[in-house]
Design a protein around this ligand. Sequence first.
Ligand SMILES: [Ca+2]
Length: 91
Amino acid sequence: MESAIKTIVTTFLSSARGKESLDSKTFQKMVKNQLSGVMEDTNSSSAIKEMQQGLDSDSDGKVDFKEYLSLIGYIANSMSQSKSEPTANSS
Ligand SMILES: [Ca+2]
């Protein structure tokens, strides 16, 4: 549990590289690299863009930590509702 939270935080921090939020390009890359095992459409740039716009609650075009956490919450929620075990992304 603790390591999972740590991974969530360090994934954001290392993707953001010292900035407070992820820009569009960084977000695309992060989703493709880290979430292709748990999300559909991670190969579609337009689908990720759409998802980013949905998360962007302050409409600044970037994904800050709070918005990133909504994505994690969304994924966790869909995992808990699916009957099969989530498949871990091995990469
Ligand atoms: Ca934002």
